[in-house]
Design a protein around this ligand. Structure first.
Ligand SMILES: Cc1cc2nc3c(=O)[nH]c(=O)nc-3n(C[C@H](O)[C@H](O)[C@H](O)COP(=O)(O)OP(=O)(O)OC[C@H]3O[C@@H](n4cnc5c(N)ncnc54)[C@H](O)[C@@H]3O)c2cc1C
Length: 419
């Protein structure tokens, strides 16, 4: 472990002890973010287009393979390291961090997370064989994976089986269905979908969820729909349809039934959207300090820091930012399979705090910097819009987190009220 002094900047997760590997990946992300991603961020927002050049940079820097295990040629980053690096990228470009999360999860869930999910020996052997193919695509070909789960039903919230189905046939699966909000649509080489195994004489059941990768070139696969949203515009999250799409057996990203076990075992797998928004919260705070000091490049050097109301507002923002960082750091450091009840409740609290807090900080930043700061040539109004999107994302929307926390705090597992 080492301190951050040799980094030359304070990471978005805060000034905490870091391993040599964490310091090295954070430096890389900070440099790329500052010199490449931040200057380009406005264009993806303005045109609602995907940040392809950023992905070329991520690929060249080895960051597409960050969470591929070392013995498969990747960066070998663990969960906490990924979460720190993602926050650093989010600080400079929210859409790059958010879409990179979808890609990274395809390697992290099949990698370090899968290692902590119970499997039979046969399942473990099957998984080891199949994931090699996916890791190789990412490491050698620089392939991009998307993670389209949402369908507009209760499935992505974990409350119903996915309506997209996969029917077993010789040598593979036949997929039918529709996904909405598929970030990286048109940019990904593979779409890692969740769907329900279509079993004759069985009712659809979430325990039969399959995690399959659909190559973008598959026959019967199509992208459709408009994409003109409030924020996170560069994610290009359009609709996908699958009509009798055949995918070979080796496209299975996890053995049958293992995704469902993973979702029960590793709740922190759903916390991976949060670092993007911690990054945005940092960006809103950093901008406000720079603006009030009259140091924003290209702007008149007008200082506004001497007004007591500005000082109070910045103090409030800093207090909130410290709260976000503290709970985020604790949550990523204690993330593991089968957390205790306290750890699980804290994880929900961390998700809520970051997602709602990021938007609150952006709101306060705009109010504090004032009218001139909301102009489109400055990043604050984009940060404000992007920050609103975190709480909308399933399965842990702000509402669903409150719902889960309240219920799990008041009921022991299996406990019910008398009718
Ligand atoms: C920028 C952006 C990028 C995205 N990228 C992806 C992606 O790459 N892959 C992907 O799979 N999804 C993605 N999503 C989709 C996201 O995860 C949600 O599925 C989507 O925002 C849900 O919107 P909805 O209106 O359809 O939700 P609905 O299901 O209509 O729910 C509306 C709200 O009701 C509440 N709610 C839902 N179910 C319940 C329930 N059972 N009990 C109580 N309250 C409930 C929730 O708070 C929810 O926000 C993205 C979303 C955004 C905003």
């Amino acid at each position: 472990m080492g301190a951050i002094t040799d980094l030359g900047f304070t990471p978005a997760v805060g000034d905490t002890d870091l391993t040599a590997q964490q310091r090295s990946f954070l430096s890389l992300a900070h440099e790329l973010g500052k010199t490449r991603f931040a200057p380009r961020a406005a264009q993806w927002d303005e045109t609602a287009s995907f940040p392809f050049p950023n992905y070329d940079d991520l690929r060249d820097a080895g960051l597409l393979a960050l969470c591929v295990p070392r013995d498969h040629g990747g960066g070998g980053a663990d969960y906490a390291t990924y979460m720190m690096v993602a926050a650093e990228i989010g600080r400079f470009c929210g859409v790059t961090a958010l879409t990179w999360n979808m890609h990274i999860c395809s390697t992290m869930w099949t990698g370090v997370l899968a290692d902590g999910i119970p499997m039979t020996d046969a399942e473990r052997a099957e998984h080891a064989r199949r994931r090699e193919l996916h890791f190789r695509r990412v490491v050698q070909d620089g392939a991009i994976y998307a993670q389209p789960f949402s369908e507009g039903s209760a499935a992505a919230a974990g409350r119903a089986p996915f309506g997209t189905t996969a029917r077993k046939v010789d040598g593979g699966w036949v997929v039918n269905g529709r996904k909405i909000f598929a970030s990286l649509s048109g940019a990904a080489d593979y779409y890692g979908i969740l769907c329900t195994e279509d079993r004759p004489d069985h009712k659809p059941d979430p325990r039969d969820t399959l995690y399959l990768s659909v190559p973008a070139t598959s026959e019967g696969f199509a992208i459709s729909g408009e994409w003109n949203p409030l924020g996170m515009r560069g994610t290009v999250s359009r609709n996908l349809t699958f009509s009798e799409v055949f995918v070979p057996d080796d496209e299975q990203l996890m053995p049958r039934g293992v995704y469902y076990k993973g979702a029960q075992t590793w709740p922190a797998m759903f916390f991976t959207l949060a670092p993007t928004y911690l990054g945005i919260a940092n960006a809103a705070y950093d901008f406000t300090v720079q603006y009030l000091r009259g140091e924003v490049p290209g702007e008149p050097p007008v200082k506004r820091r001497m007004y007591p109301t500005k000082q109070v507002a910045v103090a409030q923002m800093r207090i909130q930012l410290e709260q976000l960082k503290s709970i985020f750091l604790r949550a990523i450091r204690e993330a593991r399979p089968n957390p205790t009840r306290d750890e699980r409740l804290r994880l929900y609290a961390a998700q809520y705090t970051v997602m709602e807090g990021a938007n609150d900080l952006a709101r306060l930043a705009l109010r504090t910097c004032g009218g001139q700061s909301m102009m489109k040539h400055l990043p604050l109004e984009r940060l404000y819009r992007d920050s609103r999107c975190g709480s909308l994302m399933l399965p842990w929307t702000a509402e669903l987190v409150l719902d889960r926390m309240g219920r799990e705090a008041l009921y022991e597992p299996g406990e019910k009220d008398e009718a």
